[in-house]
Each structure stands twice: as C-alpha cells, then as structure tokens.
Design a binder for this molecule. Structure first.
Ligand SMILES: [Zn+2]
Length: 369
C-alpha cells in the first residue's frame, strides 16, 4: 500500500499542473529547447541573494558562502521496504528525531555546518523531519528530488515505468518550483541511482530525466553509480542532452578500482565522490583521493561517510552509524595520505560549495547526440 501522504503529493502535483497548465507548457517547451534555466531563473518568487547564486537547504536558500564545512553524502533515515509499500505510517518521526539529533549536534561541535541528506523519495526521504532536525541541531540540511533506480528498480515508483523522461523531469522540477509535497521545502539537488553499466532502460531514462531537470532548475545531479562503465555512460547521456559534466556527481566512485577511469571522468569535468571510509577501507579510500590530488584533479573530488541510517522496521532504527568519524578518522587519514591543510579545506568546504551552487552548467550537445 502506498503512503497516503505520497499519494496526496502526487495529487497535489497533478492539481498544480491543471491550475497552471499554460505556465507548465511554457516550461516544458523551455526544457525541450534547452532554454529552461533562463526561462525559469528566479521565477519561483523566492528571494535569492543579491548575486543570484544560492544553495537550497530545507530551511530555504542560502548564499553559497554560508555553506561552510559540509558532509556531502549522509543519511538520516532509510526504509528499504520498496516503493510500493513505502509509507510515513511505517515509522515514528518523533523517534527518528530523538535518535538522529545527538549525532547532528556532535558534528556541529566539530565544526560541521551542513549535511547533505541523500535519501531519495520512496526510500525514506522526509523533508519535514529534516527541517525539524536542522532547526534543533543548528546543522543546515539539504534534501533532494529524483528516483533511485539501482537495486532492480525496487525503489522506483510504478508511475516511472510508464512516464517519459520529460514527464519525470516535470515532476522533479515541480518539486523545486513548488516545494516537496505540501511542505514548501525545496530540494537542493537531484539524486538518482543506477546499477552497473550497461544501463538498463529505466536507469537510462532516470539519467535523461535528471539532465532535463538540471536544464530546467540548475540543480546538480548526484547519481549512485554501480561502476565506472555506468559513470561513463551517464556522462555520455548528459553530453547528448547538452549538460556539462560539472553538473554531475559520480556517487560511490570508490566502487571503480581503476584510477584511470577516475582520471578520465574528472578530466571530463565530473565530480567524483568517495565515501565508505570504514575501518578496513579507510587507507585505500584515502589513497584513491591522494592519487587524484597527485594528478592535479582534487578540485573534482568530494568526500563523505555515507553514514547515519536509522533503519525503518528495526527496533529503535537499528545501529545508527555516527557522522563524527568523518572528523575523527577520515580527515586524519587524508592528512596521513599526504594531503595539505588547504587541500583538506578544498574537500570539506570549497568543493561542496561549488558542487551544490544552483546554476545551469550547459555545453553544446555532443555531435550526433
Ligand atoms: Zn548513500
């Protein structure tokens, strides 16, 4: 059974579509013609900083300089029941709040300013809960739009099978323009997921939808990616959609063991994100990052833990993985791998700011694409 609130959200989106069909037709044409962002820019009625650049948190837009030290890929809560059964009735948001809050306060004490919450819709995305946690902890939190296509499509809602990339992009762009469901909270990036290459039809469609949404909104695309082949194929789809690789974060780049594939993607302009710094893998991960630093490509690298994970369905949410080891273990490991203080700061502050600032990063479509 589907969540009543999710159903209500779909109905609200449909109602918005009916009310402003003319506006949406214009937007849709703008998306198709590639002029989406220009047509949309600041048409949302929400104040932007004077220079126009901003990043969207669950509490509203901020100037990029306000992002501060950032964990770019973490989770508060996940529910792996699958899209067909996902429901807000399956968990007690108050309990999740109590469990997660101390972990957020702890990273605040360690100098963290922002946490990017990467749980997509239908796997436990709850913007209202994130906003409560942000207010209580003082940590800025960023949420997302998009669907997670890996894992055999278990987390993709039924409507995504029938709808076109353009229709999905319309849904996701509407979340940015109108807010998610009835919360008024806007996504700060697009989160999708794909298996290993070659991409399935539905995974490729999600990538095309993300490209169209980027063109319409300027939101950066972060994609859970099975391997390097899938990363390269996604970059090719973005190329043919006229979207620059600079708008793309290759999530779980550590799953590709070939450093040359990392270099190729970074030289093409993509962001490479390394997480999963476990006790047994931390040196290997740090070495992967250091190898890119040696090639002069650290300005394309993001690092985070992929921790947290209150698991819906487990008593008390199971074992919550703390975020503070990023500061107590990962940063020291990166220093041990030879990174200088200014390089660490690039990874924790400057790269997240550049990666998340909303802007249309376009390129001429690839020939024949
Ligand atoms: Zn994750």
């Amino acid at each position: 059974m589907q969540s009543p609130s999710l159903v209500a959200g779909d109905a609200a989106i449909a109602a918005i579509g009916r009310r402003s069909a003319a506006v949406h037709r214009r937007d849709f044409l703008a998306i198709l013609s590639g002029g989406g962002f220009a047509a949309h820019a600041f048409a949302t009625g929400v104040a932007a900083p004077a220079n126009g650049a901003r990043i969207w948190t669950v509490a509203g837009p901020i100037a990029p300089e306000g992002l501060g030290t950032t964990l770019v890929h973490e989770h508060v809560m996940v529910d792996f029941i699958g899209a067909a059964a996902a429901s807000r009735d399956r968990y007690d948001a108050g309990e999740v709040f109590e469990v997660a809050l101390p972990y957020l306060r702890r990273i605040g004490e360690l100098g963290c300013r922002t946490l990017v919450e990467c749980t997509p819709a239908y796997i436990g995305r709850d913007p209202a809960l994130l906003k409560r946690l942000s207010t209580a902890s003082g940590i800025q939190i960023v949420t997302n739009t998009g669907y997670y296509g890996a894992a055999g499509g278990k987390f993709v809602p039924a409507h995504a099978a029938a709808e076109s990339a353009e229709q999905l992009a319309r849904r996701w762009s509407t979340e940015f323009e109108q807010g998610i469901e009835a919360t008024g909270i806007r996504p700060g990036f697009i989160k999708i997921g794909v298996n290993k290459g070659p991409l399935s039809d539905v995974d490729a469609k999600l990538v095309r939808a993300a490209a169209l949404t980027h063109r319409a909104t300027g939101l950066t695309i972060a994609s859970h990616t099975g391997d390097g082949a899938a990363a390269i194929e996604q970059l090719e789809i973005l190329d043919s959609a006229g979207v620059s690789a600079e708008a793309f974060i290759w999530v779980h780049a550590q799953n590709e063991t070939s450093g040359e594939v990392h270099v190729r993607a970074a030289e093409h302009g993509a962001w490479l994100e390394f997480e999963g710094f476990g006790s047994s893998s931390i040196k290997t991960r740090a070495a992967q990052v250091a190898a890119l630093a040696k090639r002069g490509l650290l300005n394309h690298v993001l690092v985070s833990l992929d921790a947290g994970w209150y698991r819906v369905g487990e008593p008390g949410g199971g074992k919550f993985a703390p975020y503070d080891t990023f500061f107590t273990a990962v940063l020291p490991a990166l220093r041990d791998a030879g990174l200088l203080p200014e390089q660490i700061r690039l990874l924790t502050d400057e790269n997240p700011r550049r990666a998340l600032t909303v802007s249309a990063r376009l390129r001429p479509p690839a020939r024949g694409g």
